[in-house]
Design a protein around this ligand. Structure first.
Ligand code: PRX
Length: 653
């Protein structure tokens, strides 16, 4: 394990205008929050957020009572989040660039000031209002990375309606499930997305997803101007309704705990769940963490290259940066288009100062060779962030040394869709870094580790990562299924929040996330449930049973290894494998793909019929020697057959 300490680079520390510059001050801030969370967060939120009615209440409820009622923060406050993200900046930052957009082709650039963004959002809010969108209604957004996607989110929020952004890689089946689950009557999409020169038929996917559903309007932004189907009466052209609308709009007043958005994410069982984030606590959390972790300054040009279809895009492309009045990049393309130097060319082109990406991209770019990095001037960079999966020390060192020329802070940020924003991470200007460690927790994040016996680990050691206290950004519920929320997150180590991650704490109290301990796999930073793969596979007639596990993949973090049992008399052919791939693409999306299929005579099950995944994971990892206790297996001979037929999946690390 790499336990070298990298001090905060001198330049970063000295030039920081932020008052918080020492680790002791940071620890004191944490202690304040621990001592009196209500006072601490009420002071933070009043400074950060443009409340209509400033709150007097801090935290209401507790993890212990979460079954009866979700926790609430700032419950007596009222606001509209878009006033914090737009209106209040007009006087001081009206001409500052809010959104810096770079399209699929590097020469396509748009710069949208706060004043312009405010006008665009007001127009879109008026147009959506004319279509009947009201407070509390759900609006699905299925778009590529264009400024109008951000406008659509903010316009929905301005009406007090609830957006649910669906990543443009999801299939029509996945999109349909989400439209049905949240009961959306309006879908906002575009004709086609563009990524690396490829067109993505978004409108056609929406048409398919909405067949037979009670969707009243599909708003379509013309982007590529490619041909699309048109349902008269239902479909409306974005520009036709937005352009003529008034650029003045009085934002709808919301309670702090009104839902702001629903974002679906995969769990270890069943269908994806819609995590609900609310207005006041969420915005406070993303504003606080975005400022402190990245050491944000007024003249920063900040770039997070995630997609708004994921929580990273919500919190650190849209809400955190805009609440803080920052210039935020919206990037349509991929790190490899037109070649592996795209990110670093972009750094030079826009003089980016903060750059936030995922380890999977770094590993891919490091493999492409340093020449792609070195051809661009990166002297503007000060802070480099990562998120989404554990970063291996090799990739960390490469990011620090090659991309950052040893000059930049690296912030490895651990958090989840459920946590709303960053929970464990260094502060760029404050925390000494260790390659591979997310370092120390934010205020009100009280992590603890639980060992296999269910006991708390004291001091250095490893275990399941749990959080003891409710923080303002925590998701409040699962849309339409509070029981599922309670049992998933608070039923494993009751009454605390269980993250699903394994973790080590070292002698300095630094946290090292080791990855998921449940049946969630993280492929290239995309979170997927093994159950979703399995249900897609068994929907192929010839496949009788299947079990899917992750294995360590040198590029993608985890790869997908599928064990399949075919129906009697059926052979595993190239055609059947194609059908299996197709089924997964149709039911989940193009970003979900099995790397390796192993045909097996049966799955290792206990006598009560439970699949022993531990065995399957070990075999996929190439470590079948220590399978542990096999005495509860119904048919031990199955295991021998699985080991004999084991394959070496691609890029196993
Ligand atoms: O396993 C952890 C991993 O990503 C999971 C959360 O995935 P998602 O909800 O899609 O959100 C991703 C973006 C916040 C976590 O349970 N993860 C996220 N960040 C890190 C990480 N693992 C290790 N280190 C990180 N910095």
């Amino acid at each position: 394990m790499h336990d070298d300490i990298f001090p905060v680079p001198e330049g970063t520390r000295q030039r920081s205008p932020n008052p918080l510059t020492t680790l002791d001050a940071w620890r004191a801030m944490r202690a304040d929050a621990q001592h009196d969370p209500d006072a601490f967060w009420l002071a933070e939120t009043r400074r950060r957020i443009a409340w209509r009615t400033p709150p007097t209440l801090g935290l209401e409820g507790s993890f212990r009572d979460i079954g009866e009622q979700p926790v609430a923060w700032f419950a007596d406050g009222t606001l509209n989040v878009t006033e914090s993200c737009l209106d209040r900046h007009l006087a001081t930052r009206g001409d500052k660039v809010a959104i810096l957009w770079e399209g699929d082709e590097p020469d396509q650039v748009r710069r949208i000031t706060y004043a312009e963004l405010h006008a665009m959002v007001c127009k879109a809010a008026n147009a959506l209002s004319d279509l009947g969108v009201r407070k509390g209604h759900r609006v699905i957004i299925y778009m590529g990375m264009v400024p109008e996607a951000v406008v659509a989110m903010l316009a929905t929020a301005r009406l007090g309606a609830v957006h649910s952004v669906v990543f443009g890689g999801f299939s029509s089946d996945s999109l349909r499930d989400r439209v049905i689950d949240c009961g959306a009557r309006v879908v906002i999409t575009m004709d086609e997305g563009l990524r690396g020169g490829r067109k993505i038929p978004l409108k056609a996917t929406v048409d398919h997803a909405c067949l037979g559903l009670d969707v009243q309007h599909v708003v379509v932004l013309r982007h590529t101007r490619g041909p699309v189907g048109w349902v008269e009466g239902r479909d409306v052209d974005w520009h036709q309704i937005v352009q003529p609308a008034s650029a003045e709009h009085r934002a709808v007043e919301c309670a702090a705990e009104d839902p702001l958005f629903i974002l679906y994410t995969s769990g270890s069982t069943g269908k994806p769940k819609g995590l609900v984030h609310t207005c006041g606590g969420y915005l406070t959390w993303v504003s606080f963490t975005h400022q402190h972790v990245f050491d944000l300054r007024e003249d920063d040009v900040y770039a997070c290259v995630a997609d708004i279809g994921w929580i990273t895009g919500h919190s650190y492309i849209v809400y955190g940066p805009l609440a803080n009045g920052a210039t935020t990049l919206v990037f349509e393309s991929t790190p490899l288009y037109p070649d592996a130097g795209r990110y670093w060319d972009m750094v030079e082109r826009h003089k980016l100062t903060i750059f936030y990406t995922a380890p999977t991209a770094l590993r891919t770019l490091a493999a492409a060779g340093d020449a792609f990095v070195e051809r661009s001037n990166r002297s503007s960079l000060r802070v480099l962030g990562t998120v989404g999966e554990p970063i291996n020390p090799g990739a960390w060192i490469w990011y620090h040394g090659v991309v950052g020329e040893g000059r930049c802070s690296i912030v490895d940020t651990w958090w989840q869709t459920e946590t709303g924003g960053i929970c464990i991470a260094p502060l760029a200007a404050v925390t000494p870094q260790k390659p591979g460690s997310a370092t120390l927790p934010m205020p009100s994040i009280e992590p603890f580790l639980v060992d296999a016996r269910g006991d708390r680990v004291r001091g250095p050691g490893s275990g399941l990562l749990c959080l003891e206290w409710p923080w303002p950004g925590i998701a409040r519920t699962v849309w339409g299924d509070h029981e599922r929320y309670v049992s998933t997150y608070f039923g494993q180590v009751p009454p605390y929040y269980f993250t699903g991650d394994g973790c080590r704490r070292d002698e300095d109290g630094y946290f090292w996330i080791t990855g998921r301990v449940d049946d969630v796999i993280n492929v290239s930073g995309h979170r997927m449930g093994t159950a979703e793969f399995e249900s897609a596979l068994v929907s192929v007639d010839a496949i009788a049973e299947s079990a899917v596990v992750g294995y360590p993949h040198t590029m993608k973090g985890q790869g997908v290894y599928a064990y399949v049992v075919v129906q009697p008399g059926v052979a595993w052919t190239a055609e059947l494998e194609r059908a299996a791939h197709d089924s997964i693409r149709t039911s989940i999306g193009a970003h979900a793909r099995v790397d390796c299929f192993q045909l097996v005579p049966g799955l290792p099950k206990t006598r009560s019929g439970k699949v022993m995944r531990r065995i399957l994971r070990k075999v996929a990892e190439g470590d079948p020697s220590n399978l542990g206790d096999l005495s509860t297996l119904a048919d031990p001979s199955v295991v021998d057959a699985i080991i004999d037929g084991a394959l070496t999946p691609p890029n196993r690390g």
